[in-house]
Design a protein around this ligand. Structure first.
Ligand SMILES: C[S@@+](CC[C@H](N)C(=O)[O-])C[C@H]1O[C@@H](n2cnc3c(N)ncnc32)[C@H](O)[C@@H]1O
Length: 211
């Protein structure tokens, strides 16, 4: 299914979706912003990694990336999260946008996924609350997908580390885009109503010989 949805329109649609019902800091339940989600999705769609592709959203939360991929014409989308409560919200969001039948939401630890897909999208825990929480996500994404779009907290050291780390699992970074992401105050320890953080989104390709 080919969908020509302007980027700005996608951003507006995603901004209307419900968020985490009861955000848990230890699981780093921060929602991706509409702007960053729409930018990632359009970048992936422009590279031919969404339309008619099998797509996984690892740690999908309320489902913005999964739902966006379905709206942009993915053949089949699976959103996985360890928190079944937030998957109920993701399902409601998908119903609201008429893509429920094209997305499977699965309550599962990402470690137990055994699928093979074309594209993985993820805004995984950054590893701020729990050190290295992003690593199992990168490992799993490269195990199951040919191309990975992944969001991380921006830093020079982080870029060097991720380049080295993904190469151990057959991945090569094809580009990094730095963006500012607005985070509303959702946790009890947030003092400002809204703050902005620098994020990097990565496109990582699996090298031919490791596919
Ligand atoms: C930073 S939030 C991002 C949510 C969503 N992708 C978004 O961008 O709005 C990370 C998500 O990963 C989920 N998560 C954390 N550890 C997980 C695991 N081991 N397996 C599956 N999901 C996990 C959390 O419940 C949370 O919803």
């Amino acid at each position: 299914m080919s969908v020509r949805l302007p980027r700005k329109q996608l951003e507006i649609i995603l901004s209307q979706l419900k968020g985490f019902p009861d955000p848990n800091a230890s699981k780093e339940q921060y929602e991706i912003s509409d702007t960053v989600a729409a930018t990632m999705l359009f970048s992936a769609a422009s590279a031919g990694d969404i339309e008619n592709r099998r797509v996984y959203d690892l740690g999908c939360g309320p489902g913005r990336l999964a739902i966006g991929a379905a709206l942009l014409g993915a053949e089949h989308v699976v959103g996985v999260d360890i928190d079944s409560k937030v998957l109920n919200v993701a399902e409601q969001n998908a119903v609201q946008l008429g893509v429920r039948e094209r997305i499977e939401f699965v309550s599962q630890d990402i470690e137990t996924i055994t699928a093979r897909v074309d594209t993985v999208l993820m805004n995984a825990p950054f590893g701020v609350q729990r050190d290295h929480a992003d690593r199992p996500f990168l490992r799993k994404a490269l195990e199951i997908g040919d191309v990975v779009y992944s969001l991380h907290k921006a830093s020079e050291g982080g870029r060097k580390f991720i380049a080295r780390y993904v190469s151990e699992f057959g991945g090569r970074i094809s580009f990094i885009q730095e963006m500012m992401m607005a985070l509303p105050a959702t946790m009890h320890f947030h003092e400002k109503k809204r703050h902005k953080i620098k994020v990097d989104f990565y496109r990582i390709e699996k090298q031919e010989e490791t596919k």
